[in-house]
Design a protein around this ligand. Structure first.
Ligand SMILES: [Zn+2]
Ligand SMILES: [Zn+2]
Length: 284
């Protein structure tokens, strides 16, 4: 099977348009939002759109389909009100993901500001379980992917250990896996840039979240320095990471099963296509 390489795409005119767009730019996987990422209320998806999506994906061999959760969702908020809204919104995310036939739904674990990290972890696990309670995910292959974050203060998931802890708490109750982001890993302080650093970072990933649990790598270069905790994505090879880490990652046998998806900036027309082409050119 061909290596799965794609990019986050817009869904103007309907989610299914993104499938055709993916193929046009040489991608065979993609990530989308299933609703506006900055509003709480999301409309239900037209069943015709879901059908079209399945047809196009089968015809064009595009997959996995990855959906990124809205930025508003904070499943470990200290505020019960925000948490309840987040659970309802995340439930909607799972419903739409299942309707669209998505394999993966990526979630940032959230901010535990005002609490202890351990309280945040417990709330995040509880909220995710509440959100998926009773939904028909069994037998679909659908997974919620917990994404590692840039490691800003109070943000859960800034280390592989924290991601692994949340996944371990959910493992028996929910279909969970992991999404790792190169930019987040780098700015959180892990070394992916030197040869030995890359080896050691991946050894740590294997020892914590485990290689098999990682289903998606977000491939983003970083505008900020390693350890800065500043999450600013850059075009592949043009940031503080450079091209080599991406070459190693794309050819790393531990991640042969993964999809690689860029969430790089869109500064000018063709940027999405260019980043996909750069990633594809690195595959040996
Ligand atoms: Zn990401
Ligand atoms: Zn990011």
């Amino acid at each position: 099977m061909a290596k799965r390489i794609g990019v986050h795409l817009g869904t103007a005119g309907g989610a299914s348009n993104a499938i055709e767009r993916a193929r046009e730019i040489g991608a065979n996987t993609l990530q989308i939002f299933s609703a506006s990422p900055r509003t709480w209320r999301a409309p239900k998806i037209d069943p015709k759109q879901c059908e079209r999506m399945r047809e196009l994906r089968a015809a064009l061999d595009v997959g996995p389909l990855v959906i990124h959760t809205s930025y508003l969702v904070n499943v470990c908020s200290q505020s019960a009100d925000v948490r309840n809204k987040s659970v309802a919104a995340f439930r909607g995310e799972v419903e739409r993901a299942l309707a669209l036939g998505a394999e993966y739904l990526v979630l940032h674990p959230g901010s535990w500001k005002g609490l202890t990290r351990d309280e945040g972890l417990k709330l995040a696990a509880d909220s995710i379980q509440r959100a998926i309670d009773g939904l028909p995910w069994q037998g679909t292959g659908f997974h919620i992917l917990i994404e590692n974050t840039a490691g800003a203060e109070f943000s859960l998931g800034g280390s592989f250990e924290q991601v692994a802890e949340l996944v371990a708490r959910l493992r028996t109750a929910a279909p969970v896996g992991v999404c790792l982001d190169t930019c987040h890993t780098h700015v959180a302080g892990y070394d992916m840039v030197s040869t030995e650093g890359y080896q050691e970072t991946m050894r740590q990933a294997g020892a914590t979240v485990g290689f098999d649990a990682v289903r998606v790598w977000h491939c983003n270069d970083a505008k900020a320095e390693r350890g800065s905790k500043l999450d600013r994505h850059e075009h592949i090879g043009q940031g503080t990471m450079g091209v080599e880490p991406f070459r190693w990652l794309l050819n790393d046998k531990h991640f042969a099963h993964c999809a690689f998806i860029a969430e790089t900036p869109y500064d000018e027309p063709g940027d999405d296509e260019r980043n996909v082409r750069v990633l594809k050119s690195m595959v040996k």
